[in-house]
Design a protein around this ligand. Structure first.
Ligand code: MAN
Length: 495
């Protein structure tokens, strides 16, 4: 051992003695010092009360007490604790076995007083670094807390604004009720004459159409009669009906006399008056409308008449003129004016009615907004109507606070609902979103969002602790409490 080491060793021995004399043996913290103060009898009582020893047996490298309290500064007791003061940094208790084991456990090096290893006291540097980190943390927390206060003020304004808006809307709705009644009356007032004029026009058209249809039918009846009356004797008779296969009732390929007679309403022959009044009405739908057997079920294709086969084919007459004629003519100017007036009254009523429904919707939304619990001081209200995302290897997770949580595969595909806003838990530190999409053979998906203080609103992590039960980490200034002021030191600190 060199002279230098001798010197250190000597100082350490003296140190023990001096330390003991001032009542704090090596390895004892300030808070425990009173328990080690020598009494008149110079007796030390083990801290667990298991025995007493002469005071000079303290730290004599022999374990006397069951709890190891007589050897706070040596490694003699396996269950003992050595206290490093670590001035300038954080005090620390280490296991006695680490005392003089050749490893520097305390930053002040006090655990290695035998000098097996030379420990550099780096407590000051560590303390400086720690304080810098603490200061930075405190600064961020302070900054977050200030933002939080701003958010609270904003939320209160927002709430007041929404309450006022509800009042305004309710007032508007009351006024609208009277207006609606008025517009309803105006609508009814305009629709009466409108209906009357329209009905009149439509009735006139109907009558006109009936007359015209009758005339058309008479012309058609005349044409058919003349075609059927082959011998031009002024009668259509049974023999003149027989060649027309469309009158083959039982489809046996021939029109029998009985069948022909049946079409003539049991007459042998009919003159034009009888034909047009009693026969034509019944046969006009089949006359010259025969379709070949194999096409009976499907509409006939547009084919050219096939004269040489002798089979009559449907012969569609051009309908263009008829279509135009069948269309109701435009309303007259007076009716048009009544319709326009009624349209205007309907529009005005519909607009007011829609506004009334929109107001109801807006009030419902605002009320639901106001009835939501945004934290003790409404500090979390600011997060509503915003969404935040976090992407891991597989999914992008989305949180829309007070609304929904979801998950969508990064590779594309549909979004899975992980839950809707449910409730607060753990004294406003956790939000629960539940009743999400059911998990196959499992629960409905749900998410617990853990909120902690951070400089900005950010979803920082998303994971699935158990299948379909998710957890999100969300940092936000809304969760920042006022940091302890720098002078509020931890009373246990021995700096
Ligand atoms: C999807 C995702 C997963 C979930 C399984 C359960 O793949 O929602 O997060 O674990 O379904 O089947």
């Amino acid at each position: 051992m060199g002279g230098y080491m001798y010197c250190i060793y000597f100082l350490l021995i003296v140190g023990v003695k001096v330390s003991a004399e001032i009542g704090r043996p090596r390895g004892v913290s300030i808070s425990m010092a009173s328990k080690y103060e020598p009494n008149d009898q110079k007796i030390f009582r083990c801290l667990d009360g298991s025995g007493t020893i002469p005071y000079e047996h303290l730290n004599d490298d022999y374990c006397d007490c069951a709890d190891g309290s007589d050897e706070p500064g040596t490694s003699a007791c396996t269950n003992g604790k050595f206290h490093c003061t670590n001035a300038g940094y954080t005090p620390k208790n280490i296991q006695s076995s680490r005392v003089n084991d050749g490893v520097c456990d305390c930053c002040d090096g006090s655990d290695e007083y035998e000098g097996k290893i030379e420990c550099v006291n780096n407590c000051k540097e560590l303390g400086k670094k720690m304080r810098e980190e603490q200061d930075e943390k405190r600064r961020l927390q302070e900054e977050g807390f200030k933002k939080r206060e701003g958010f609270i003020a904003e939320a209160n304004n927002m709430m007041e604004g929404k309450k006022l808006k509800i009042q305004e809307l309710e007032k508007e709705k009351t006024e609208l009720q009277d207006k609606l009644k008025e517009l309803e009356a105006k609508k009814a007032e305009a629709e009466g004459p409108e209906k009357e004029a329209k009905d009149k026009h439509e009735q006139a058209w109907k009558e006109q159409k009936e007359v015209r249809d009758k005339e058309r039918s008479a012309i058609k009846a005349r044409e058919a009669f003349d075609e059927l009356d082959l011998n031009k004797d002024g009668f259509v008779d049974v023999l003149e009906i027989i060649p027309h296969m469309e009158f083959d009732i039982d489809s046996n390929g021939v029109v029998s006399e009985e069948e022909a007679k049946e079409h003539l309403e049991d007459n042998e022959k009919v003159d034009f008056d009888e034909f047009s009044s009693r026969i034509w009405g019944n046969i006009q739908s089949i006359y010259k409308k025969l379709v070949p057997d194999d096409q009976k079920e499907v509409p006939p294709p547009p084919v050219e008449p096939q004269g040489e086969t002798g089979v009559p084919v449907p012969n569609e007459e051009p309908q263009e003129d008829a279509v135009d004629e069948d269309k109701m003519p435009e309303y007259d100017e007076e009716t048009k004016a009544l319709i326009a007036a009624a349209d205007e009254a309907r529009k005005n009523h519909e607009e007011a009615d829609k506004r009334s429904r929109d107001i109801d919707g807006e009030i419902t939304t605002l009320t639901s907004y106001l009835n939501t619990d945004y934290g003790k001081d409404k500090e979390y209200a600011i997060l509503r109507d915003n969404c935040y995302e976090y992407t891991d290897r597989e999914y992008t997770y989305k949180l829309c606070p007070f609304a929904t949580a979801s998950q969508r595969p990064k590779a594309g595909g549909h979004e899975t609902n992980l839950g809707r806003w449910g409730r607060w838990e753990n004294d406003y530190k956790v939000q629960v979103y539940d009743h999400g999409q059911n998990c196959w053979n499992g629960p409905d998906r749900s998410v617990k969002v853990h909120l902690t203080c951070g400089p900005e609103h950010q979803l920082t992590n998303a994971y699935e602790p158990s299948r379909c039960e998710y957890a999100f980490d969300f940092i936000t200034p809304c969760a920042c409490n006022q940091p302890p002021q720098p002078q509020d030191k931890d009373p246990h600190d021995e700096l």
